[in-house]
Design a protein around this ligand. Sequence first.
Ligand SMILES: [Ca+2]
Ligand SMILES: [Ca+2]
Ligand SMILES: [Ca+2]
Length: 846
Amino acid sequence: MKHFLASLFTLATLTGAAQELQLNDLEYFERQGVNVLVFSNSFNGGFNDEKNSGIEIIHHGVRTIQGGAIRLNNTPEQWDLVPKMTSRTVDREKKSIEVALRYDDYDFDSRIVVTAKGKGVEIAVFLDKPVPAALAGTAGLNIEFLPSQYWQKTYLMDGRLNRFPRYAASQTITRPNAEKPRQFKGFKTYDDRGTNRFVDPLPMETGHHFVAATDSPERMVRISSDDSELQLFDGRMIAQNGWYVLRSVLTANRTGQVITWTVEPHAIPNWIREPNIGFSQVGYIPDQPKVAVIELDKNDPVKSTATLWRIKDDGTTEKAYEGALTTWGPYYKYNYVKFDFTSVRQPGVYYIQYGDTKTNDFIIDKSVYAKITDATTDVWIPIHMNHMYVNEGYRVWHGEPFKEGYLQAPLSDHFDLHSQGPTTDTKYQPLELIPGLNVGGFFDAGDFDIETGSNINVVQNLIRTWELFNPQRDETFVNQKQRYVDLHRPDGTPDILQFIEHGVLNLVAQAEQIGHMSQTLSNSVLDNYHHLGDAASITDGLHYDPSLKPYEVSADGKRSGTPDDMWAFTTRDPRLDLRAATMFAAASRALEGYNDDLAQRALTQSKRLMKEANELLGRVKDDAPANEESSWLGGFDTGSMTTNLQLYGATKEKSYLDAFERQIWTALDKRLPQNLQTALDAIPYMDDAYKRKLRPYVEQYRQYILGFDQMNPYGVPIGLGNWAGVNMVLNFGITINYAYLYYPDIISKDEIFRVANWLYGCHPYHNYSFVAAVGAARPKAVFYGNNRADFSFIPGNVAPGLLFRHPDHFENFDDWPFLWGQNEGTIAGNTQYVIFGSSFKNLVQE
Ligand SMILES: [Ca+2]
Ligand SMILES: [Ca+2]
Ligand SMILES: [Ca+2]
């Protein structure tokens, strides 16, 4: 009895304590259903506000609140200034985290102390010196609420009821530009149309006691302040990716503790997160391994079995299999078990049940992977063709963009990681038109610039696909003369060949007109960089004429005073030229017999750039091994090693092959995972001795593959960077496919399914396919494409996927497209997916 009472007492104490917010070992505040992070993630200087930083709340498993910091705007945009965190101190005794924040531009320092108080936290702002006069009444404590999780929910301010608006429709005023806090590097995100005034949202509500989502226990948060007024804004009034903002401004001449908020996120008692059953939404072929990975709340007791149900064609359901689960164990914040139903081979429609959780249905059949690249090649890639009018049925995706061409970029420390300097490296004057660049090429991603490095990758990816799999698919009409693309209209030419041609047209023009490769062809002004809409309306199509006033059009209608023309950033990088030389060599081979003139131009540029780049890099002979330090795209490029191999393919000159052979083995010894693919690519050119010499490396790679089974429950490399790791996963998948193709006795066929499982739904957070609209029962619904403002997707896009937030949270929003690190697809990544998908289909169908 005594023992019983003692345990009862312990239980009661624990339950009581569990309701209070605790400061845990990972340095964030936690209670069941609520995590409060204090600058576990800092603002990023490269892109400023990525909506991923500051004080953040992960509420019942979803990161719904972020951006808690001293900010200079009512509703900060991406390019508004962000504070630099100069210190972060965790005080376990006081249960508090203190951060010091600084704005160098204004010599403005502040401190925020977040302290656990009962079920919530207190956020206190301290100033040792008063706020700078220019920022008094402007700077303030902000925190942001994710619109898609709050819209249409109710809120209370000082007892007044209201509802978060589904669409931005509150009120604004305009103010003189002089009152606008400086933006990123002095750029402006808005076109004021000559008014010299900026738009400032007005608050939707003000008061001292705010309750968000009174109608939704999962999202309910109470915030109150006795010493400061709370103002609620809608950030979407000026930017579609804005969030709801709650803030209190800093008033002049005050020091000490100047703002105090009490923040109490509601927690559903004993909340347990719904299990996430990861599986392939595209389905499975009968004889492949079939293992679902079930992600569980750490407080969720593990059940002993899961069940596979078959949906028969008369609509009834029967149990197909019930099997024991194996435990993988904890990985970051969740616990993982696996359900292996490989033994079920009968074609049919199935779903998985674990406890009360049932998945949507999926197919087991030999043809499930047959269409996995079609949406990407038929829809996503042609829509991203620049300098063309792109039509699909009744819909125009975009008119012909950038008809006025590209100007020589002046010296500029620019945005989107671009810059021009210290010289132009060309014969052109700053802002002079460089002729002939408005042809061919592909939009980079969710934006519309031509990243030269990415476009080189695109052409190479497409050539590899063409040469290895010879896809004759023709679903796209491309007419370069008409500058017209029509989707789903065959024109007698394989689409891949037309896409290769389209990429080469721009890249050859760069080499011919500029003399070397540009870094990028990109926006000159920030106010059209974030463009959402028809690409043809980014610029006015008229040549910029500085002798005209802004918005003025010349009498002949051909020139305007609006400085919107795109710029070519032309700083010469011989390593980029080498990569272009590689690609041009392969392109000349691929285009021969289809567009002989372009093939010849590509080969001419390849030889010239190779020679000049090697000279610039300090080499005298054009067949000497150039360095392999180039690390574009995270070290996957192998510099001139790949170039030499491609040049051998194009010219059959043995000196290139010898140079390749001198480089490859060192590269494999140094960085096997990054370089094995190149070594495998060489096999068609090499003899049996080469293949034998490569064997031990493939054996070593097998151990590398198997190593991932110990590192995480999903058996693939999971990236933890600011851009989720789909490129790394695709590279991994492509290398496995090729290793299996050439060494099936070393790499088991079972290994080739790892990456497909991950892409198509077997991953953390949710189980949706990361590939838009591809053969899956439940693909992701929203992506960061150029139609993201419509909460939509462009079919065939591949999301970067799972974004890691420090210290232990993975996420992929599927109701909010605007976080590029998890939802944007890129032209290089999506063409890499075409190689992955083509090689994978080829292997599973053999
Ligand atoms: Ca870009
Ligand atoms: Ca075609
Ligand atoms: Ca223009």
